[in-house]
Design a protein around this ligand. Structure first.
Ligand SMILES: Nc1ncnc2c1ncn2[C@@H]1O[C@H](COP(=O)(O)OP(=O)(O)OP(=O)(O)O)[C@@H](O)[C@H]1O
Ligand SMILES: Nc1ncnc2c1ncn2[C@@H]1O[C@H](COP(=O)(O)OP(=O)(O)OP(=O)(O)O)[C@@H](O)[C@H]1O
Ligand SMILES: [Mg+2]
Ligand SMILES: [Mg+2]
Lengths: 259, 259
């Protein structure tokens, strides 16, 4: 059964995009078929998979605006890696929230667009912008679960409450099955006091402690380099801490699906 | 003459909030009077100055929605530090973009609200969310200049183009005086290859090289700790690299105003 995973956190720069790309890549190394859907107008997931946004080609923007009634199959791109496909983003997506503000069923545009092909994949990994507005809500409306990368810093920890409230609201009003399946500690540097303090908060807080993955994603410059070369770190530097951590996270994610 | 400074970058987690708080604090140490205006619904600048968002108290949301015609003076709070005042944010601000979408003059709400008191300060430092939508545009409409913190990573560098285009559009349509007065390299770790690569790009790119400050803000865990204790790092740990760098940046900013 397809797992459609929203990767979300309103706090900026906590590793949502890096997590989407690298979990997707690690899952293909575990023989899963994965579709990445990039719903951030900044298109970082698209670029991180080595693909440049292109005015000449349909993107996720055309899908949710229903431009020319593009079939979803026309938007899907192959990447260099088997089993890993992408629906790219485009800067025009930044206009979508305003353009859709009065539209019927505006939260369900992505869900309706993806419906024909959801079953073709083991995993659909969806990247979101650092906000809880319409683009993110569209992702929440078609997700079966939410993964929350959380930088071990106080501002990121503080953003969790609002995120969980939003997910509760989406569950009540739009998508009854939605739940947070895990919190991923990211950019972790356990030599620092603040990382240890926030890690402790994550593991003791009643709302969060049962959701925190055992795998923490350590701060590792190879991850930032891999964004520069447009490849997931698990392909780019297999032996690096970044690759090790995302492979371990993928294993943990696969194990959880049989709970 | 008051300098009203927008601190902006659509990329998340590049140090906008940390820059607002610490530049503001460092400027007061240089005997400037500073008002911080927190226009991010996540209220990180508010919390970083040791103040918790409060339902019982007017916030910047009430100002721009013109609720009860609150006088701007009623929203201004003192902080623990002389010369440093704050108009706090509140989570309700996240509703403002939708609530204002059809409103007359919706880009000028903040400008109109601040007009009575702008002249009371040497500097107004305005924090923005990681987006280029209505809240950020409101800040651009009343700013005299924009400072751009840029993490020395490829995604943050890639976000500059769209930001500069947006500022050009605001200059043409709403605020003729608006310009980018500087780019601040942030979260810099010059032991890493990627930071050196991006620093080089910043200093050679035609559009950016004349804007890059000489002062780089180094990655320094004391800065993250200072967010945890709700104090600017320049007060919390005066001798730390974080304090040194932000004091140097404030000096450079003051020197530029006499150009
Ligand atoms: N574990 C890590 N180690 C080192 N660098 C990392 C790590 N995770 C992310 N980064 C880098 O930190 C920056 C922020 O990460 P990323 O862009 O994935 O966050 P994000 O949550 O998607 O940001 P946004 O909110 O802007 O979408 C990027 O430049 C990325 O390459
Ligand atoms: N120079 C630095 N050294 C160490 N940590 C830093 C530094 N600058 C910022 N941080 C930390 O990195 C995180 C991101 O910084 P900050 O919240 O200021 O970025 P932002 O651009 O305001 O993010 P957002 O886009 O979510 O508003 C915070 O937890 C902050 O404490
Ligand atoms: Mg991202
Ligand atoms: Mg911020």
């Amino acid at each position: 059964k397809t797992r459609a995973i929203a990767v979300a956190n309103e706090k900026g720069g906590v590793g949502k995009t890096v997590t989407v790309i690298n979990l997707a890549a690690a899952l293909t190394l575990a023989n899963q078929s994965v579709l990445v859907v990039d719903m951030d107008p900044q298109a970082n997931a698209t670029k991180g998979l080595g693909i440049l946004p292109d005015d000449e080609r349909p993107s996720v923007y055309d899908l949710i605006m229903n431009n020319d009634r593009k079939a979803v199959e026309e938007t899907i791109l192959a990447t260099k890696w088997d089993g890993l496909q992408l629906i790219p983003s485009h800067v025009d997506l930044s206009g979508a929230e305003v353009e859709l503000v009065d539209a019927e069923g505006r939260e369900n545009r992505l869900k309706e667009a993806l419906a024909p092909i959801v079953g073709n994949y083991d995993f659909i990994m969806m990247d979101t912008p650092p906000s809880l507005s319409l683009l993110t809500v569209n992702v929440f409306a078609c997700a079966s679960e939410v993964l929350v990368p959380c930088q071990t810093h106080p501002y990121a920890f503080g953003a969790l409450a609002e995120l969980f409230d939003t997910i509760d609201a989406v569950r009540e009003e739009i998508n009854p099955g939605l739940f947070v399946s895990g919190i991923i500690p990211t950019l972790v540097d356990l030599r620092t006091r603040v990382a240890n303090v926030v890690m402790q908060q994550l593991k003791t807080d009643e709302r969060y402690r049962n959701l925190v993955f055992n795998t923490a994603i350590r701060s590792n410059t190879t991850i930032a380099e891999s964004a520069e070369v447009g490849k997931p770190v698990v392909f780019y530097r297999r032996g690096s801490y970044g690759a090790i951590d995302y492979n371990d996270l993928a294993d943990e994610l696969l194990a959880r699906s049989t709970k």
